[in-house]
Design a protein around this ligand. Structure first.
Ligand code: FBP
Length: 255
């Protein structure tokens, strides 16, 4: 299934906002705690997709940006080997207007088999309804010593391709050369960087993004580094210049 709908110049920036479930409202401030603020930001800043869980999509999604509906998730309250199970049917995601489903797989977890199986079924259901399947692939659990080690990130990328994901969302390894191998390992599955907690500075974050693009990735899914910024709209403009217009970090910052 094509990811075309989420791309511009073959690149894409997705605005991720499922942290309320994954981390709790601790990530939020008075402004960005309101999903309506995020919906407006996604539309006005022309993101290529917005990522919600079902509850937010049902109450706040207004159709102005393609929707990626996360159909699994977990809270951070449970400890031990990670498992995130399906909480929304693919059919319901389609009714709400999703153009893609998102699903997190914790590869390396003692429970990975359950997620591999669920994703396999969900991918087939999504494709039948004309929706893309995006896999968040996070190596995690006791067996994973370093989730950004090059061979682990490349394995995550390849897992997505093997399972039929149209796009994979993976962490940056920290250097262009090793990430290029991860992108290559993902084959025809598009690679999006998973952005992570707010970086120490804008330049640090933008250099990571520049690195993944130089390695051949399609773009990024970003939450905290945009909506925790003191000026999220400006940060979105900077990202568009970097990712879609393919400028350098220094050029991109001249908004
Ligand atoms: P961020 O850009 O805020 O990191 O969002 C990306 C994301 O994948 C979210 O979709 C998800 O809620 C979160 O990161 C998961 O974070 P964690 O690493 O704590 O599991």
């Amino acid at each position: 299934m094509s990811m075309k709908l989420f791309l511009e110049n073959n690149r894409g920036i997705l605005l991720a906002y499922d942290q309320g479930l994954e981390h709790g409202p601790t990530d939020f401030n008075d402004r960005n705690v309101d999903p309506a603020f995020i919906m407006e930001l996604a539309a006005s800043a022309k993101f290529h997709g917005v990522v919600f869980q079902k509850g937010l999509a049902e109450k706040y999604y207004n159709g102005r940006v393609p929707l990626v509906l996360k159909v699994n998730g977990k809270t951070s309250l449970v400890k031990g080997e990670p498992l995130a199970r399906q909480n929304c049917s693919v059919e319901r995601a389609h009714e709400i207007g999703a153009k893609a489903i998102g699903y997190t797989i914790y590869v390396g977890s003692a429970h990975e088999g359950i997620m591999l199986e669920e994703f396999g079924r969900i991918q087939e259901e999504a494709h039948k309804l004309g929706m893309a399947a995006i896999a968040w692939i996070y190596p995690r659990g006791e067996a994973i010593k370093n989730d950004t080690a090059p061979e682990i990130v490349a394995y995550a990328a390849r897992t997505g391709l093997e399972l039929g994901a149209d796009a994979v969302k993976i962490k940056y390894t920290g250097d262009v050369e090793s990430f290029r191998w991860a992108v290559k390992s993902a084959g025809k599955a598009k690679v999006f960087m998973s952005s992570g907690p707010k970086a120490p500075s804008e330049v640090d974050f933008l250099r990571q993004v520049r690195g993944v693009l130089d390695a051949g990735a399609t773009g990024l899914a970003v939450g905290r580094n945009v909506w925790q910024n003191s000026d999220p709209s400006r940060m979105a403009r900077v990202l568009r210049r970097l990712v879609i217009e393919d400028r350098s970090v220094e050029e991109a910052l001249k908004v």
